[in-house]
Every structure is written in C-alpha cells, then in structure tokens.
Design a protein around this ligand. Structure first.
Ligand code: MN
Length: 514
C-alpha cells in the first residue's frame, strides 16, 4: 500500500452546498486553478445534472484546470451518469463519482427502495460509469449508519463492476473515530480485491470530529481524504482540507509515515480566495487559516516564541503561506507593477478586467497608503465577480449622524440603463441598501451582515459579507472598500447580481444530501 494520502477537494460540490453560496462558472474555475496550484489530487467540481449552469461550470473547470483529476458527481441513474461524464470529458484526467444511500433509514424513507434494488442499482450505475472511464468512485451514502454486512456486499459489487475508489461517507457526522476506523478495517478485511482500490474518507463536522475521523480512517488504511477548504459545507461543514494536510505534514510520522502531495505554502492564499468568493468568512480562531492561528497574545508566549519559535509553535506560519501581510504596492506603483503583482498572485485578467481592477486600485490607494497582498486579493476577487451585464454601483452618497435621519442616494448602472434612487433608513447601511433595492426594482431582504478588516489599522480595507433573501432563496454577496458603508452597498448589490442569475447559478433544485 502506498503511503501517499490523496487529497480529494470537494469545496466546489459539497462545500458549495452551504446555504447562500452560488459560485459562477468563472469563480469555480478560479478556485479550481488555485486548488491545482496547492497540489490537491482530485477536484470534485460539481453535480452536473443539477442545472444547465452547473453543467457549464463543471465543463469550464474540466477544460481549464491542469493537474488534478476532475470529478463530477452523479446519482445511480443513466441520465445523471451520462451528464456527469459529458461535463468532464475534456479534462486531462476525469473521474465519475456515483453514489447511493445504503442505510435502512435512507433506503426506506428517501429512496423507497429495498436492499436488493439498491444492490442492483449499484451494479448497473458503476458498470455504466466504467464504460466511460477507468477512474470510477463509488460512495455508499450514510455508510456509518448502514449495516456493515450489507456494506461488504455493496462495495464488493461496486469493485467487481469497476469502481477504483471506494468512499465511506459519514454523511451526517455521526461516527466516532474508533468506530470509523473499525468500519474501514472490517470492510478492507472482508472484501475481495480491497487492496486493489483506494479507500476514501468523507466526514462531516456535526460533532466537530471530521478531521479526527478522517485521520482515524487513514490509520485504518484509507488513502484518500475528502474535504473542503475552510471546512465549509452544509450544517457544521465538511472535513477541513487545510487541517488534514497540515496534520499529515506535521504528524505523518506517527500515522505510518503517510504524506500528501500538497504545496502547503499555497494554503492561506487558497483559503482567502474561497472565503472571498463564497462570502463565508474564516473565524479568527480557525486552525491553520484563522487570523489568530499563529498569533501569540500572552506575554509569556511571545517571549518564548521570540527566544525559540518551537517553544509554542508546532508549525511555521510561513510554511502555510502566512506572509501575505507584507506590503506589495503603494501610491507610487504604476500599472505595470500592478499587473505584474497580480500575475505573481496567480490571477489571469483580461484587458477589460485589468482596467477595472486598476481603477479600483487607484481609488483605494488614494485613501490607503499601502496595499498588502491580502488587500489586493480582496480587491481583485471583488472586481472579478462583476460581469458586463451586472448591476454596477456607479456612485453613492450617504448622510447621517446623531441628529439627522440617515439617507442614501445611489446611482446604479446595468448596461446602458442608469437608475438613481434615494431612501431613508435606520442607519446609513440600511439606507444605502434601501436605495439600491429601489434602483434595481427587486424585492429583497438583508438577512445577515458581517464585516471584517482584511488587514489591521484604521485605514484597513473593510470586507463585508451579506446574505440577501430573494423569493425565499438566499444569496451571498461580498464587497470591499476602505469605507464600510460603500463595502456594504457593494456586497448588497453583489448578492442581488447573484440572485438575478447574472453569471451565477440558482440554488440547487436537486441537492445531493451526501
Ligand atoms: Mn458530504
């Protein structure tokens, strides 16, 4: 058995199932390319049967991402499988991932199928997938609440039908580490040909055990770990990819000398990009990628770290790419330096996008003297989510204070159409959102609002994430500016753009729950 643990990143599929995340095809490609730079082995790009735009987004990832295997998810139906294959056939290497639930509760209440019917569906679905590609993954949804003897039969059948990766999902985050390890050992010991396939973990955070369970699986023979960046996902989220990579990097020797192929220095950049494009901010105390993950507040710790880093740090901040608070550009930087720095950061912008980003940059350095790498990433990802046919905030004005009613006036452009509106509100942000609502003529409601500073200081770039509800569905939006009201207005409009489907896809009609 090889000691390399493959990293299967499902940020773009299971991670994207978080409420309110609706990534456009372009944003999915951007994230996929950064995941490739980070050296993940497999990228699950989406669930193509879900919608036309999801199909197009997965196809775009397949055609534009070099390096990792590109994977598409399908249920055990010929329609799903054909669509999945079609979306990824352009990839350098492609994988079809088929799943079906095997727990009594799922088979009975959700699928309305008996175990024999599920068995037959597995054989048929895996065979059909194997007709397209030699790289087929099979998942028994809710495996940890399934009858282990039935699982032996099911995985055995999947392997015979051509599955090359067998995933054992803890779909609802129910397993404990020792139970999860026991399940892998039991399956591997009792299935013929188990050593010829790769066993995979898929764990969830409902009890906060996703990483612990994944590592327990690795100890028991799993050689692929599935997870999402920043642990995003439905409910409490997926297994954190960055935590698994760094746990293996730091403690792999204690787990049978396992290792991954990841370039750990790309972790912080990947985390930032995912946070920026999903609108899901990273908590400051999050392991590895939280702002405080390597900060030492307590005096005694600071003293210890200054004397010798390893007294209180088990990892070096630079090993995960925490150097991005350094200043890269300022007031006197020219367009050439700007474009070169973006290139170094891995962005490929066309002339039009570069022009817009440059205008925003000039505007920002007028208000903020120095720009760090983190500021630039925030600015460019903000600008990237703007498409030519989207609503654009041309200008805004707010008035408020202790004795004045907060009022806002906005000018919003969509293509050739410009609309100007004003509104009053409880505060300036409320007034600005109210004016935008009028200008775009869409009935929407702000349901959550979060503000964070990209870098410290009173001239910091404010990073605002909002969730907006339109016709019962939630959309995430994000905006950055040194002015928090402007950042809020941009975030609100960004969410409206997603809701109107400009370059983004609508929430899942059929969400795979696994
Ligand atoms: Mn899942």
């Amino acid at each position: 058995m090889s000691d390399q643990v493959r990293i299967f990143d499902t940020t773009l599929r299971d991670g994207e199932q978080s409420p309110g995340i609706n990534l456009s095809g372009k944003e999915k490609v951007e994230i996929a390319q950064q995941l490739a730079a980070m050296g993940v082995d497999v990228i699950e790009a989406g669930f193509p049967i879900n919608s036309q735009s999801e199909f197009e987004a997965v196809s775009a990832v397949a055609a534009n991402t070099k390096g990792p295997v590109i994977c598409a998810l399908a249920r055990m139906s010929s329609k799903d499988i054909d669509r999945a294959w079609e979306s990824i056939r352009e990839a350098q290497r492609s994988r079809v991932h088929v799943f079906i639930a095997t727990s009594p509760i799922h088979m009975e209440k959700k699928l309305h199928m008996n175990p024999d019917e599920v068995y037959a569906a597995v054989v048929e679905g895996v065979e059909r997938s194997a007709g397209y590609t030699t790289d087929v993954e099979f998942s028994a949804e809710d495996a940890t609440r399934s009858d282990p003897e039935f699982l032996v039969k099911i995985y055995q059948a999947a392997i015979k039908a051509g599955a090359t990766t067998c995933n054992v999902p803890d779909t609802v985050g129910y397993a404990l580490p020792h139970e999860y390890a026991d399940l892998f050992r039991y399956l591997i010991d009792n299935i013929e040909g188990a050593d010829d396939v790769v066993w995979s973990t898929h764990t969830h955070q409902d009890l906060g055990l996703a990483v612990a369970n994944a590592l327990a699986g690795v100890r028991a023979g799993a050689r692929q770990v599935e997870g999402a960046m920043n642990a995003i996902g439905e409910r409490a989220g997926n297994c954190s990819v960055e935590e698994v990579i760094m746990a293996i990097q730091t403690r792999g020797a204690s787990m049978g000398n396992v290792y991954t192929g990841a370039d750990t220095k790309q972790i912080v950049r990947t985390s930032r990009l995912v946070s920026a494009l999903t609108g899901y901010q990273v908590p400051p105390n999050k392991a590895i990628v939280g702002a405080n993950a390597f900060a030492h507040e307590a005096g005694i710790h600071q003293h210890g770290v200054l004397m010798e880093r390893t007294t209180y740090e088990i990892m070096d901040a630079t090993s995960v790419g925490w150097e991005s608070n350094r200043i890269v550009l300022g007031k006197h930087s020219g367009r050439h330096a700007f474009s070169k720095t973006l290139g170094d950061l891995g962005y490929e912008l066309n002339e039009e996008e570069l022009g817009r980003a440059w205008t925003r940059f000039r505007d920002l350095v007028d208000r903020k003297i120095e720009m760090t790498e983190a500021d630039l990433v925030a600015l460019v990802t903000d600008e990237m989510s703007t498409t030519p046919d989207a609503y654009v905030l041309e200008s805004f004005q707010v008035r408020g204070g202790t004795h004045a009613n907060p009022t806002a006036k906005v000018r919003v452009r969509m293509g050739e159409v410009v609309s100007e509106e004003s509104a009053e509100g409880d505060g300036m942000i409320d007034a600005a959102c109210g004016a935008i609502k009028r200008a775009v003529g869409i009935d929407c409601r702000l349901v959550s609002f979060k503000v964070a500073a990209v870098t410290p200081g009173t001239d910091a770039v404010g990073d605002v994430s909002v969730q907006v509800e339109v016709e019962g569905a939630r959309y995430t939006g994000r905006g950055v500016s040194t002015d928090v009201v402007e950042a809020s207005a941009r975030a609100f409009l960004n969410a409206v753009n997603r809701a109107t489907g400009v370059g983004a896809h609508k929430p899942a009609d059929i969400a795979p729950s696994f």
